[in-house]
Design a protein around this ligand. Structure first.
Ligand code: BGC
Length: 431
């Protein structure tokens, strides 16, 4: 066995990082999350997205840092509230600023992937009922037109909407995001409208840009019965999967609306509404009821989420069997302030992907620089680059160097494994 022996290759993959505008840009007061963060008690540490990583001003430095790590692709989102600060009023200066950034990303040899909606939207859109309102779809399609028109020459790869399932339940069931209502009707109308918006955006973007690759980022997790012999645990796990995952896959990917989402919309025809399968994968849930749990003693991250690398392949396999397409892991990552197990986490997920026969094409690590984690605020550390929020100093973590080595070598060599992964282990969750 030689030191340069390749444990597995990643040659068929484009590897990079993912971010979302509100979590990094800072400086914008015109959006739903900024408004919500003003309400005492909503954000764990009382922070707001106003400072974040100041990426709005530091994007050049951040692009250079990405290039220095050799990243091959970058998933970013554009902030609707900046682009359309008032209904129908488009800020061309903001679009120019995004154009400049995307051009710099490309000039650095990095392929951009742009998300059009990632959890946040303008305060005025929220005020008009957000995604529950019937006009939401047309308003979103207007944004799509504007952004694709402005960035189309530089970007061909698009994510329409990030995690409709997570968005809908956080906003309208669990009180974990604005407007924090508890209303099943609102969950349903949000999911329905987001599904219609995606399907229509899919065709709209292709009309404007025939070579485009369009998909959505589906939050997929493994729902496993805590006790497989318990019929209730088994039943709830199956229900979670059907409601949280399959229902939306059928509507957004296949354009097929089942009864729970209301009747088939007149403007959506069943058929293919995706060019790739976008999967955000983080964890497995041990199911014994509505609340999430972990298996006793399972490996967990700083937020108590179970680490289960094989699950990425499991969820991808199920989705791919029904909706075959190249698979883009649009997010995968972990909260690890000490950087004590992140390299192992990346290693094991990439290894599981490499060992499978599935057509994985891209891997986006969540995230780049530690960023504002929604209601968790500035606490959790997901970055391959550490951030000092006070000074805005960025420091590449070992896991960043690990990812750079994997990209450089086109896989994981024994030397790299020994240097970054061998000594790492996960904390165990409660027994
Ligand atoms: C979201 C990200 C978020 C990450 C980690 C994903 O569900 O798309 O915006 O930061 O999880 O919590």
């Amino acid at each position: 066995m030689t030191a340069s022996e390749m444990l597995f290759t990643t040659r068929d993959l484009l590897v990079g990082v993912a971010t979302a505008s509100l979590q990094i840009e800072g400086g914008d007061r015109n959006n739903s999350w900024y408004d919500w963060a003003q309400i005492p008690g909503t954000i764990a540490d009382g922070s707001t997205p106003l400072r974040a990583t100041d990426h709005w001003n530091r994007w050049r430095e951040d692009t250079d840092l990405m290039a220095s790590l050799g990243l091959q692709t970058y998933r970013m989102s554009v902030e609707w509230s900046r682009i359309e600060p008032r209904p129908g009023e488009v800020d061309r200066g903001v679009l120019d600023r995004y154009r400049e950034e995307v051009a710099a990303v490309r000039a650095a040899g990095i392929v951009p992937l742009v998300t059009l909606h990632h959890f946040s939207h303008p305060s005025w859109f929220a005020g008009l009922g957000g995604w529950t309102a019937p006009h939401a779809v047309d308003r979103f399609l207007h944004l799509v037109d504007v952004v694709v028109d402005a960035l189309g020459g530089l970007v061909t790869d698009w994510v329409t909407i990030n995690e409709p399932n997570v968005y809908a339940v956080q906003a309208h069931l669990f009180g974990e995001g604005p407007p924090a209502t508890r209303d099943w009707g609102a969950v349903r109308s949000t999911l329905r409208n987001m599904a219609i918006a995606h399907c229509r955006a899919y065709h709209r973007i292709h009309e404007m840009q025939p070579e485009a690759k369009v998909g959505f980022a589906h939050h997929a997790r493994v729902f496993a019965p805590l006790n497989p012999r318990n019929p209730f645990h088994r039943g709830v796990a199956a229900l979670d999967r059907a409601l949280f995952q399959d229902l939306l896959a059928d509507a957004l990917l296949g354009g097929r609306f089942t009864r729970l989402l209301g009747r088939q919309p007149a403007d959506v025809t069943p058929g293919r509404h995706y060019d790739y399968l976008g999967i955000n994968y983080y964890a497995r849930s041990a199911v014994k009821g509505l609340a999430d749990g972990t298996f006793p003693g399972a490996p967990v991250n700083d937020l108590g989420w179970e680490v289960h690398p094989q699950g990425l392949v499991e969820v991808a396999r199920e989705l791919h069997a029904r909706y075959p397409a190249p698979i883009w892991v649009t997010e995968n990552g972990t909260a690890d302030a000490a950087d004590a197990f992140r390299s192992r986490y990346v290693f094991e997920h990439l290894q599981a992907m490499a060992a499978s026969d599935l057509p994985f094409e891209r891997y986006y690590h969540w995230c780049f620089v530690d960023n504002w984690e929604w209601r968790e605020g500035e606490g959790p550390r997901f970055g391959i680059v550490a951030l000092d929020y006070e000074t805005q100093q960025r420091t590449v973590r070992d896991s960043g160097r690990f990812l750079a080595a994997v990209i450089r070598d086109g896989g994981v060599t024994r030397t790299t494994y020994e240097e970054f992964v061998a000594g790492q282990s996960y904390p165990s969750g409660p027994r």
